[in-house]
Structure formats: structure tokens, C-alpha cells
Design a protein around this ligand. Structure first.
Ligand SMILES: Cc1cc2nc3c(=O)[nH]c(=O)nc-3n(C[C@H](O)[C@H](O)[C@H](O)COP(=O)(O)OP(=O)(O)OC[C@H]3O[C@@H](n4cnc5c(N)ncnc54)[C@H](O)[C@@H]3O)c2cc1C
Length: 431
């Protein structure tokens, strides 16, 4: 335990000065902590690796990190049990040693598994759900200090609420994940034209395991990413791939981004220049080494889930709004596709979905751009990614989630004293 420290998130959009940082290393310790907090009338928040953009983690009271509660606990065929503080990259390597892999991942691997699952983190692939759909059983310490174990078969309502719970039901200590035999992916980055890409979105989604694309504002350029299963020997794509994946997405892009921040009126030209530099590359490796890319350029992000069938109309409206408004903007827009699920607070609840992510370089104003885009997303029944910026409050969110009231019924049963509430959660839950 240590005191007088500052906690900040990756993007610098959330910060707090907790009374105590606590690093428990056993379930018994976590249970005792919660019971004691209840007795003393204290609040607890749980930090993963701080990669959410919203103020989910902030607290002035007790902040708990599970960094010392990490690693695979059990492997039973393709079902594994993992401690909640395990970093996704570490998990990938441990699964690999056991001949297994996660069926899908997002585009970074530095999150804790519990943090990623709890906000509905996703990758891309129309046949693949978000990470929480890989979870088959969850064990957590609730707001009374009890150890709760739930699954599809056992306490189903609690499980459906716990799969994506924003750390509001309790402290997840373990989860079981449905894994698949380890597999290799071949990733191809291909430059394309916006209208051609949209014409072929359904085809690309059908013919590729993982398809996504980035659109460069104020240009016709897209960068398409296709990943498919392969038996080929792992190899990187050489210097061309390195320039495309790392330098453009990170190093050179950082220089361009700094220039945009200093001379915002040049942002549109920077986007056009970045579009020109988009190259083509190919590489092949084990899946967990392909999904993740380094993100050295810091930014603020909003991402919305919309029904898959609204994607074309929505992205065209976004493009038109950007062209008409001429925002100082140079970051590409990321477009991904995810299979629908039945998790109560999942943005993909009950619908096959598209996710559209917009970004602004750290230090540049994002409010007007994000507000305008959010108004468009809302027209298409958009639901925000729980870990990314949005301006919605409880009234609006409740209308978008058919199981909203069921989630809160379980939340109140699991945390009757509101031990896990902070100001941000109160604002989005309407308390
Ligand atoms: C550069 C970057 C790239 C990203 N890429 C993607 C992407 O490709 N796809 C995508 O969907 N998202 C992406 N995200 C968002 C990110 O995956 C989520 O915000 C995720 O929640 C971050 O995980 P974390 O471990 O940092 O958790 P934190 O942000 O620290 O916490 C997230 C939530 O989980 C809760 N929590 C953490 N641990 C526990 C626990 N043990 N028990 C209960 N609650 C817990 C916290 O209280 C909080 O509410 C990205 C974010 C960044 C900054």
C-alpha cells in the first residue's frame, strides 16, 4: 500500500489523487479490504492499465490495482482460468505455451484482461464477438465482500451483468476464457479508394477473417487491413512493412501530429500528406503477435457502435460533415465490424455491429468535433464504447440498452451500499 500518489490514464483525460493505492495479492485480502471499506464507509475503484479515456477509474478514496494478481491459474482443454490483473500480452504468451490463443483481440495488448473485458473491448471480424463473449465464468468480490461465482449455467443474470460491468458490480478476481488452438495470421495492409472500399465492405467482411479500414479525412484514401489464417512460416514484411506499420502509424505520424498541434490550420494538409504516405505491406505471425500494434502517438478517442446495416449511411454522413465543417483534424477514422451478442451492457447487444472510431491528437481541442460526430452516431441508435469519450448521460443511455434496468437491478443487489460508485459512474447511471 502506498499513499500520496497521482493516478493518470494513458490519454491524460482522467486523473485522481487516491487516499491509498492498494495492490492485493490474494482473494482473501480483497474480501477483507472490501469488508473493511464497508465498515469504514469508504469507496473503492479498480484500476486496470489506465487505457480507458473516460473517468471510470477516478477516486479520492481507495484505488485498487491487481498488477500483483496475475497469470494463468488453470488450463482445462480450451477453457483457461486467468487472474484478473493479467496483462493481455502476457496472457497471449502464456496461452501460446499451452498451445492456445484468444480467438480475437483489439489493436493493442497492454490492457489488463479484466479492464478490457469490463468495457466491452473488441477487435474486428463479422463472425467474432467482443472480448467479453470469450468469457465463460467470472469470479468477483461484491460490495459486501462475498466471493461470487457466475456463468451462463450458474446465476445467469449475474453473469450477463458481470461480463461488461465497468467495475460497478465488484472486483473481478478470476475469469474463465474460451480459447482456440493457437493459429497464425497473415496481415495485409492495402491502400484503397473510399468509395470502392464502401462498395466492397460486405464482400471484404465475408471473405476475410478480420477486416477493418482507416479513412483519411479530406482525401479519398483508405488503408484496409485484412487478416486471414495461414500455415506460412512467421515473417515480418521487411523494411516496407516497418515503415508502414510503425513509422507511419507512429514515429513519422508523431512528427506530423506535433506540427498539426502547433499549426492547427495545417491539419487538413497533414491528413492529405498522411494519406499519400499510406503504403502496402504484409506480414505473418502467431495471432497474438499480429493483432497488436504499438501506439506511440497519444490521442483522445470517441468510438461508437452502430447497427451493421447503418454503417454505409453513417460513415458517408460523417465524411460529409467533416468536409463541410473543415475541422482542424488529421487523424484517420477507424472502422471495424463485430458480431452481435447477448451481454446486457454490450454495445453490440442484440445486433451485428459496426464500430466507428474518431481521434484527436493529445493537446488539440476535440470537443466540437466529437460533439458533432456524436450527434450523427445518435441518429443511428449509436451506443458508445464504455472505455472511450462520449457525452451521454443516464437518460439517453437507458433508451439505448434494452437490459439497462436489469443491469441496475443486479448492480444494486451486488453493491447495495455503492462502494464501487464514483462521480463518473453516478453520472452515467443516473444516481
Ligand atoms: C491506445 C489505445 C488503443 C485501444 N484499442 C482498443 C481496441 O482496439 N478495441 C477496443 O475495444 N478498445 C480499445 N481501447 C480501449 C481499451 O481497451 C479499454 O478502455 C480497456 O478498458 C482498457 O483496459 P485497462 O486494463 O487499461 O482498464 P482501465 O481503463 O484501467 O479500466 C477499465 C474499467 O475496468 C474496470 N476494471 C479493471 N480491472 C477490474 C477488475 N479486476 N474488476 C472489476 N473491474 C475492473 C475499471 O474499474 C474500469 O471501470 C484502446 C485504448 C487505447 C488507449
Amino acid at each position: 500500500m502506498s499513499n500520496n500518489k497521482t493516478w493518470t490514464n494513458w490519454a491524460g483525460t482522467a486523473e485522481c489523487h487516491p487516499r491509498s493505492f492498494i495492490y492485493p495479492s490474494s482473494e482473501e485480502e480483497i474480501q477483507a479490504l472490501v469488508k473493511n471499506a464497508v465498515k469504514e464507509g469508504r469507496g473503492i475503484r479498480i484500476a486496470g492499465n489506465g487505457h480507458s479515456f473516460t473517468k471510470l477509474v477516478e477516486t479520492s478514496d481507495l484505488l485498487l490495482s491487481l498488477d500483483k494478481w496475475s497469470g494463468l491459474r488453470e488450463v482445462d482443454g480450451s477453457i483457461v482460468e486467468v487472474r484478473s490483473g493479467t496483462n493481455i500480452k502476457v496472457l497471449g504468451e502464456e496461452l501460446f505455451k499451452a498451445g492456445l490463443a484468444q480467438e480475437n483481440l483489439g489493436d493493442i495488448d497492454v490492457q489488463s484482461i479484466a479492464g478490457a473485458v469490463s468495457t466491452g473491448t473488441h477487435g474486428t471480424g463479422v463472425e467474432l464477438g467482443n472480448l467479453a463473449t470469450q468469457v465463460t465464468e467470472i469470479t468477483f468480490v461484491n460490495g459486501s465482500g462475498e466471493l461470487i461465482n457466475c456463468s451462463e449455467e450458474k446465476d445467469r443474470d449475474v453473469f450477463k451483468a458481470a461480463q461488461i460491468s465497468l467495475g460497478a458490480l465488484g472486483i473481478i478476481t478470476r475469469m474463465k476464457l474460451r480459447c482456440v488452438p493457437k493459429y497464425k495470421l497473415e496481415l495485409k495492409n492495402i491502400k484503397g479508394d473510399f468509395n470502392d472500399c464502401l462498395k466492397n465492405v460486405d464482400k471484404h467482411n465475408k471473405e476475410n477473417r478480420n477486416f477493418e479500414f482507416y479513412y483519411f479525412p479530406y482525401t479519398d484514401v483508405v488503408q484496409m487491413k485484412f487478416s486471414n489464417l495461414t500455415d506460412a512460416t512467421p515473417k515480418d514484411g521487411g523494411i516496407g512493412s516497418y515503415l508502414n506499420d510503425i513509422i507511419l502509424e507512429n514515429g513519422a505520424f508523431k512528427v506530423l501530429s506535433e506540427f498539426s498541434r502547433m499549426v492547427p490550420s495545417q491539419s487538413r494538409n497533414v491528413s492529405k500528406l498522411a494519406g499519400k504516405f499510406v503504403g502496402e505491406s504484409q506480414r505473418c505471425n502467431w495471432s497474438h503477435r499480429v493483432f497488436a500494434t504499438a501506439r506511440l502517438v497519444r490521442f483522445t478517442e470517441m468510438e461508437y457502435n452502430i447497427p451493421a446495416e447503418s454503417f454505409q449511411e453513417c460513415i458517408r454522413e460523417i465524411r460529409k460533415k467533416i468536409d463541410d465543417t473543415q475541422y482542424d483534424l488529421h487523424f484517420p477514422i477507424e472502422n471495424r465490424f463485430v458480431k452481435g451478442d447477448d451481454i446486457w451492457l454490450s454495445p453490440a447487444y442484440g445486433r451485428d455491429s459496426a464500430y466507428i472510431a474518431i481521434h484527436m491528437y493529445k493537446g488539440m481541442p476535440y470537443e466540437k468535433y466529437f460533439t458533432d460526430m456524436e450527434n450523427i452516431f445518435k441518429k443511428y441508435n449509436g451506443r458508445p464504447h464504455w472505455g472511450k469519450m462520449h457525452f451521454q448521460k443516464a437518460g439517453d443511455l437507458a433508451k439505448r440498452y434494452p437490459k439497462w434496468n436489469d443491469f441496475h437491478r443486479i448492480r444494486k443487489a451486488m453493491d447495495p451500499k455503492g462502494v464501487f460508485m464514483n462521480d463518473y459512474l453516478k453520472s452515467i447511471f443516473g444516481e
